[in-house]
Design a protein around this ligand. Structure first.
Ligand code: PNS
Length: 159
């Protein structure tokens, strides 16, 4: 069985409509897309890893095509563990490029068998980031259409 598995890694704190757009594009490239949430002790997230997993599962469903997992350690090791041959990252503006290039090349050095592919979200999401979403939420701005409704409600409840 030659199932093509992609990994879509990130912090997803929280998931935005930009992430969802990338995810739906990634699903056209792979039979299964594993959403991989980094367990990062250095960052202080707004939502715990468990909350983020729950939020994303609620939205993507559980038909097996889009499992949601957390990981620690090297991304390429987790990719190998789940059998992924593709790493999917969203690319917005040129400012994303340098960091993404460094990660892609380092990951390639660590495991040449795994290819990183960059996908562009719809233009309307090209300025959307989890960081800005949290800032707007803190300041009471309207996030309708920027994040899924369930995320919008959780943000409102949390902040
Ligand atoms: O959404 P983010 O926070 O930009 O995602 C960053 C992420 C999770 C993709 C990156 O930090 C990562 O892959 N971390 C795992 C540790 C690792 O493999 N580091 C070496 C990569 S070059």
């Amino acid at each position: 069985m030659n199932e093509r598995i992609a990994l879509y890694p990130g912090s997803f704190d929280p998931l935005t409509n930009g992430h969802l757009d990338i995810l739906s594009r990634a699903r056209r490239l792979a039979d299964r897309v594993v959403v991989a949430i980094l367990e990062n002790d250095e960052k202080t997230p707004l939502f715990s890893v468990a909350e983020r997993i729950e939020m994303i599962r609620e939205i993507v469903g559980d038909d097996g095509s889009t499992p949601v997992r957390s990981f620690s350690g090297l991304l390429v090791d987790f990719a190998r563990e789940v059998g992924a041959t593709l790493i999917v990252r969203g690319l917005r503006a040129v400012s994303d490029y340098e960091y993404e290039l460094q990660m892609a090349l380092m990951n390639r050095r660590l495991n040449p068998g795994i290819e990183t592919v960059f996908l562009m979200a719809k233009e309307e999401y090209s300025y959307v980031s989890s960081r800005l979403v949290k800032e707007v939420a803190r300041l009471g701005g309207d996030l309708t259409g920027v994040v899924p409704e369930s995320v919008r409600q959780r943000l409102a409840a949390r902040i």
